[in-house]
Design a protein around this ligand. Structure first.
Ligand code: NCD
Length: 334
């Protein structure tokens, strides 16, 4: 028997800023039911049979691209992958032209990663398929925010009331932004911690009326004091251009903002350590912590597949939105 499902009230997933706590919880709950498929010997259900998903990745990616591809395949969708260097964008085609041409082949979902903030929204306005933002510049990375919330909820049994420290290159991090929106909506307290040179002035205001739940720190120890979750971010040198350095040396950065066993001792004794990957080992994260017992980094990756299956299901069945979209819980029989 298939259960009735609350219709997901969005046609696209462009960011967590526009999702309600209820929308986010719906994705997290649905993902729980998909987790088990990845543990079966035959990791495939016919749920999205006959649907087409195009993964258009015009910026580097290992985890996110593979995760979306595996998620689509485990749901039996036809998945097509396009990467930057192998696509016509390298011949000078504009993003909109590429998107319109792909749309002419009638995909149901387009998953887009692009270096420009706002690119997913732009494409969503011009083509008919459901768009999933897989990272647009420094703006948002909603499925990463969802998989992080899922990992936190699993380990701590709740998100509301937790203290989550997000540490590192906040300025360039779409992961930090999506988590800021997602975790505050779910009722967590978020502490943002970075050097002055990597933390945009007034970032806490991005949380709107929830900004009381957000604080800004420039000392790691203060940000970690009593934290339930420590989320470390990569220093994103590729987004810094040729401008002035943000900190003198890697050694200096890791001394003040890197998570060592000594720094982690400021957090709660049962605090978990997260990182979206890829890790700069020895810069933002000491290998002893990355590979230590408090690290849930690889669990984030495992949950990422289930989260993407849930999002593909909610947006990929029917045409999505309040009128279309998934209306019943997925049948997970083989
Ligand atoms: C992140 C990204 O691309 O925004 N990685 C990811 O998707 N897992 C973070 C990063 O690149 O540092």
């Amino acid at each position: 028997m298939t259960q009735a499902l609350r219709p997901f009230p969005h046609r696209h997933l462009l960011g967590l800023e526009r999702l309600s706590a209820e929308d986010i919880t719906q994705v997290l709950d649905l993902a729980e039911s998909f987790l088990e498929i990845s543990e079966r010997p035959i990791k495939k259900v016919p749920t999205l049979r006959g649907r087409t998903v195009i993964n258009l990745f015009l910026e580097a990616s290992t985890r996110t691209r593979t995760s979306f591809e595996i998620a689509a395949k485990r749901l039996s969708a036809d998945a097509v992958n396009i990467s930057g260097s192998g696509s016509s964008t390298s011949k000078g085609e504009t993003l909109l032209d590429t998107a319109r041409n792909l749309a002419a082949m009638r995909p149901d979902v387009v998953v887009l990663r692009h270096h420009a903030s706002g690119s997913a929204e732009l494409v969503a306005r011009h083509i008919d398929a459901a768009i999933i933002n897989a990272g647009d510049g420094t703006h948002e990375h909603p499925t990463q925010g969802l998989l992080d919330a899922s990992t936190i909820r699993h380990h701590k049994r709740r998100v509301a009331g937790l203290v989550v420290a997000i540490v590192g290159d906040i300025e360039h991090s779409r992961v930090a932004r999506s988590n800021l929106y997602g975790l505050t909506k779910l009722g967590a307290e978020v502490r943002l911690c970075a050097p002055f040179t990597m933390l945009p002035h007034g970032i806490e205001r991005a949380a709107g009326e929830l900004r009381e739940q957000v604080s800004v720190h420039h000392r790691l120890e203060a940000a970690l004091e009593g934290a339930d979750v420590v989320m470390m971010l990569r220093v994103q040198r590729e987004r810094m251009g040729d401008g002035p350095a943000r900190f003198p040396t890697n050694r200096e950065y890791s001394r003040h903002f890197g998570l060592s066993p000594r720094a982690l001792a400021y957090a709660k004794a049962d605090a978990i350590v997260m990182h979206p990957g890829p890790i700069n080992r020895g810069v933002e994260l000491d290998p002893l912590v990355a590979d230590g017992p408090r690290s849930v980094i690889l669990e984030q990756v495992t949950r990422g597949v289930a989260i993407r299956m849930a999002v593909l299901y909610l947006l990929g069945v029917g045409s999505g939105g309040a009128e279309g979209g998934a209306r019943s819980a997925p049948n997970l029989a083989v």
